[in-house]
Design a protein around this ligand. Structure first.
Ligand code: MRU
Length: 339
């Protein structure tokens, strides 16, 4: 299985996802300025992968610090955290990972700086390893829902490329395939940055999944005419009441699922649940540059000065979600109980 991120010889090595599917390009990252740019520009993307990346970024900043005292190191790390926190606003995994690293640092205040560095790196690598296990657990839990003959629709990329392991929504597909189940997948292309066509189709084809690419605008008619039986997507942040933010277009799919009487599932690790946020109304939604819509790659597809609205995510109300599949089990939100 490809590794979208790894720690190698004291540096972070990641796949530049903006180059896929044309090129599988690995970038070696020596400082957090490169990492910040990579997250902002979606070279590294997907909520769990962003969490893993900032954990490693915090460790990199710690190892790179020239400070000889714990207080000095703390100042350097506070600057690094501030920078990484500003990279993207919606995926709560970013803030979860930074807080976990900061908490670890705070438990080490009486230790010398070389021991701190060792312990901080160990914590970042633990986040990476836990992410791999979490993906398998989500896959195994979700695969119980997959039946022979299912036709599954997915959106954006919640796969290998969005995590340090085998994905969340797509992990369910990989586990179901391992179990010998027969099913088909439709992947939305996911305008405007095409995570569905560039990334999901690429990895599903690499893993021999029967997958068909569609434009986002085809989803309604594909659900109706091609017998879609389930929609499974990932999430960037889930509020305490179960409202879930995910790639723009997800909410529309949930509405379609309700209209057609098919289940709509969110697959995400428990680190994507933000208990501090009561409902989806308070989830910060990233707005991105107009150029992402005015151009498709380098081709201009709208007037240069067109007024553009470009939210990267939308929020699906919990009332439209049939279940949230986590590494701990499947939760039916309406009644807040495990199914
Ligand atoms: O803008 P992106 O590509 O980072 O958005 C990613 C998504 O919306 C994914 O569905 C989500 O992060 C879940 S990934 C397991």
């Amino acid at each position: 299985m490809i590794e979208p991120i790894k720690w190698k010889d004291g540096k972070i090595v990641f796949i530049d996802q903006t180059k896929l599917p044309a090129k599988l390009k690995y970038v070696t990252c020596k400082d957090i300025d490169i990492l910040y740019e990579a997250i902002k520009k979606l070279r590294i993307r997907g909520a769990p992968l962003i969490g893993v990346a900032v954990g490693l970024g915090y460790a990199l900043a710690c190892l790179n610090s020239k400070e000889k005292t714990c207080a000095g190191l703390k100042k350097d790390l506070a600057k690094a955290s501030q920078k990484l926190r500003a990279a993207r606003p919606t995926a709560v995994n970013l803030f979860w990972a930074i807080e976990r690293m900061e908490n670890k640092f705070n438990t080490l205040s009486r230790v010398n700086t070389s021991l701190i560095k060792r312990a901080i790196l160990k914590e970042a690598l633990a986040i990476l390893e836990e992410d791999k296990n979490m993906c398998v657990a989500i896959g195994k839990n979700g695969a119980k829902l997959i039946k022979n003959g299912d036709v599954i629709l997915t959106h954006c990329n919640a796969g290998i490329l969005a995590t340090a392991g085998q994905g969340t929504a797509l992990s369910i597909i990989y586990e179901a395939k391992k179990q010998g189940k027969r099913f088909k997948v439709y992947a939305d292309e996911t305008r405007p940055l095409m995570q569905g066509s560039r990334l999901t189709m690429w990895e599903l084809m690499q893993n021999n999944i029967d997958a068909t690419l569609i434009c986002d605008s085809m989803a309604a008619s594909v659900i109706k005419n091609k017998g879609v039986t389930k929609i499974i997507v990932g999430a960037d942040r889930i509020a305490a009441n179960g409202d879930a933010a995910n790639k723009i277009g997800t909410y529309g799919l949930a509405v379609l699922a309700r209209h057609h009487g098919i289940p709509f599932y969110i697959a995400a690790p428990s680190s994507t649940i933000d208990k501090n946020i009561k409902s989806g109304k308070s989830i910060p939604i990233e707005e991105r540059k107009a150029e992402e819509i005015i151009y498709a790659g380098s081709k201009q597809t709208a007037p240069i000065h067109a007024k553009v609205y470009n939210p990267a995510f939308d929020v699906t109300p919990h009332s439209l979600i049939s279940g949230i599949i986590t590494e701990k089990g499947i939760y039916e939100i309406k009644r807040f109980r495990r199914i």
